[in-house]
Design a protein around this ligand. Sequence first.
Ligand SMILES: NC(=O)c1ccc[n+]([C@@H]2O[C@H](COP(=O)([O-])OP(=O)(O)OC[C@H]3O[C@@H](n4cnc5c(N)ncnc54)[C@H](OP(=O)(O)O)[C@@H]3O)[C@@H](O)[C@H]2O)c1
Length: 399
Amino acid sequence: MAPTEIPESPETPKQSRRDFLSLSARAGVAMSMLGLSGPAQRPLVYPEREDPPPPHPLRILILGGTSFLGPQQIAYAMNRGHSITTFTRGRTKPTVHEKLFNEIEQLIGDREDNLEALRGRTWDAVIDNSGHRAKWTRDSAQLLRDTVDLYLYTSSTGVYYPYLGEDIREDTELVLEVPEGITEYESMEYGYGVMKTHSEIETKRAFGEDRSIIVRPTYMMGPADRTDRFPYWPVRLSRGGEVMVPGRGHDPVQYIDVRDVAGWMIRLIENRTTGTFNAVGPPSKTGMHGFVYGAHAAFNSAVSFVRIPDYDFLKEHDVTVVVPWIMPVGNDAGSARVNFERALAHGLTHRPLAESMRDIYEWWHSDAITEERRVNMVSGEKSLMAREASIIAAWKARK
Ligand SMILES: NC(=O)c1ccc[n+]([C@@H]2O[C@H](COP(=O)([O-])OP(=O)(O)OC[C@H]3O[C@@H](n4cnc5c(N)ncnc54)[C@H](OP(=O)(O)O)[C@@H]3O)[C@@H](O)[C@H]2O)c1
């Protein structure tokens, strides 16, 4: 089937989930072209993923587990017969898959100064999601090195800051120290990257190359996001009207659904695939316009895109980062030019963008989200959505 062809019967039993969803996404495009409004209907059938079964059940410890990435790892792992232990301070409550938490062991402590609950215990693998300091990773990795087989550290493509390359690969040399005399923004970016780099080093120091898995995700999106970065788009696109699209059409964007990262991490552990991997999407190179059109395919609102490609104008209006778009200049020039061939070769898969958008939209309108958070996005003090109409008006007046 040619890429643009739509099969006659969407109900064909052998149709893959990916085909099915991309079909419904294209149907969404068609509906929006017809000018119909309101959120898209959920398709009636969701075939299960067809990932091959795991070799054998594992006991997995998650340092963290209750925020964004953790619940998705738990859901995927339990669905495949693994048993899960989490380790947190007991403060953060999950906003997805809540019921599963009744079926797992939940240990309480603090990575800063109380790892007692982990002492003397054994697991097949540990996933370190909550590593916010290199010391935390050093302490837990040293404690668990003789009682756990594999250590998966959740790093970030932030280790590549400043993003100066065209094709950033896993073997890129990483910055080890935050330089002097930099701006507040740069200091935040360097600080995060340097912390992640040192945490990776601590992982490998304790577990060795042959028992360490380092996963470096780009911006993750999906239900349970604690930031409002990606939810901005489904909320904005579903509302219709004139939508500001910052940047040039081919400005590169990269992002990945948190569920694709979560499931893949579990499969890396199952298959004992060690090494360092960039966890990045979408599967083919995408520019900002491609992202916005693809995201809108989840909705049938009537929209009119107002493209603003002028970087100077955008800077004047304080629009330099609207994730996944990051103005690709200076130290951010290559932030969305990260190569992920190695991950693809080791089983990373990507669900369709429209599926992610629709699921984020539904989660955003569920009782997992407070009304205050929803209102803030649309009209809060720092809301881009609240400023959008005046930016568009200024853009039109300027032209
Ligand atoms: N979001 C993105 O786009 C993105 C991109 C690249 C990489 N990453 C990385 O992905 C990881 C995912 O994080 P996540 O929050 O989604 O993971 P998570 O496993 O869902 O949750 C992390 C949990 O860690 C616990 N925690 C925090 N401080 C703790 C402490 N001092 N001691 C013990 N537990 C503590 C928190 O629970 P309590 O509050 O109850 O302790 C929190 O629920 C992070 O390492 C992040 O840097 C994220």
